[in-house]
Design a protein around this ligand. Structure first.
Ligand code: KDG
Length: 339
């Protein structure tokens, strides 16, 4: 059946009218490629959350904003990626708060030992006024802090002996994250603390360049540290958050609708990642037992002795970080604790 020219003209007019009234925001989302870097491997909690975030960005932008995820520090260490975001040569990343402390010293507060008792306290503080306040401090440094993911409660592994008493750390060559507080705390506990990027850690353990390290069980499992570390001692001495970051140089080029897509996707990824991290912790413990790691739980009495040994360093860095800041953190924790 021939379509008359008149009917075709009417149809075209209708289509162009629809295009003209399409929601304005649909036109303010451009086609973009977003490079998202992270340090653990693709099988890790970080890898799964990165892929989830990428899916959400794609869905919320109608497929226009495409996030490419790069694991295993393929875009660099946390520190190197932070610099790339500040320079604008990379759009997004996730990394630990410890290296961030070299740019905004207040993030070092999360390296103070024995702060949080459980994940409920950590979530409440990180997602509340205290966590928001620290994220805001990143903007003047060229970074946009979006949300916190869970790295988790850290435990000690090593190749020499179980850490059952405070004295057992004496002389253990222990890799720590690259900031002064982590270095100071483990120095005070008697270890020979060695700062090192995460990407170099497995080889350092394998070659006995260092005797041990400290990380959440999810990382110990996904990075296969059990292959080179016979002993796991459960201390839960620090809860480390990860921060999902964007380059401010890049962020400022986004329309309000594009920024809204990223913020909504990031918030959804936070909830996904924390749920996955906690489920993975249980599975990781089983894997580590099956892999033959000798696992011990450090007693509350010995944890208290470790806490006392670290106290002078905690006092020193509380002054450095700002007593008011540490006081506010403690008050936020106590609010949750008192429920
Ligand atoms: O890039 C990996 C790091 O983000 C993270 O695993 C940090 O816990 C960390 C460590 O020990 O370096």
């Amino acid at each position: 059946m021939l379509i008359t020219l008149k009917k075709l003209a009417v149809a075209l007019a209708a289509v162009s009218a629809c295009a003209a009234v399409a929601p304005a925001h649909a036109q303010e989302i451009k086609s973009r490629i977003i490079r998202f870097g992270y340090g653990l491997n693709e099988e890790s909690v970080q890898g799964r959350a990165a892929r989830y975030l990428a899916e959400q960005v794609g869905k919320l932008s109608g497929g226009k904003m495409k996030m490419r995820t790069f694991g295993s520090a393929n875009l660099g260490s946390d520190e190197q990626m932070q610099s790339a975001l500040v320079g604008g040569s990379q759009e997004m990343m996730v990394g630990s708060t410890a290296p961030l402390a070299t740019m905004v010293k207040e993030f070092g507060v999360f390296d103070l030992p024995f702060l949080f008792n459980d994940e409920k306290e950590a979530d409440a503080v990180l997602d509340g006024p205290f966590g928001e306040k620290l994220l805001k401090m990143l903007e003047s440094k060229g970074l946009v802090g979006l949300v916190y993911w869970e790295n988790g409660f850290r435990n000690v592994t090593n190749s020499k002996h179980p850490i059952a008493k405070a004295e057992d750390l004496q002389g253990v060559k222990l890799r720590v994250m690259q900031n002064q507080i982590a270095l100071g705390v483990f120095g005070a506990l008697g270890a020979n603390a060695v700062p090192m990027p995460f990407s170099e850690l497995f080889t350092a353990l394998e070659t006995r360049t260092v005797d041990g390290q400290e990380n959440p069980v999810t990382t110990i499992q996904s990075s296969k540290f059990y292959e080179v570390q016979p002993y796991l001692s459960l201390t839960r001495h620090v809860y480390t958050p990860w921060v999902v970051l964007a380059s401010k140089k890049w962020w400022d080029t986004l329309s309000p609708d594009e920024q809204k897509v990223i913020r909504e996707a990031a918030a959804s990824s936070r909830d996904f990642e924390r749920k996955d991290s906690r489920a993975d912790s249980t599975k990781a413990m089983e894997t580590l037992k099956e892999a033959g790691m000798k696992i011990n739980t450090v007693s509350p009495e010995e944890l208290q002795r470790l806490r006392a040994k670290a106290q002078p360093v905690v006092d020193k860095y509380t002054q450095d970080l700002g007593p008011e800041l540490v006081k506010q953190l403690q008050e936020e924790i106590n609010k949750v604790r008192k429920g």
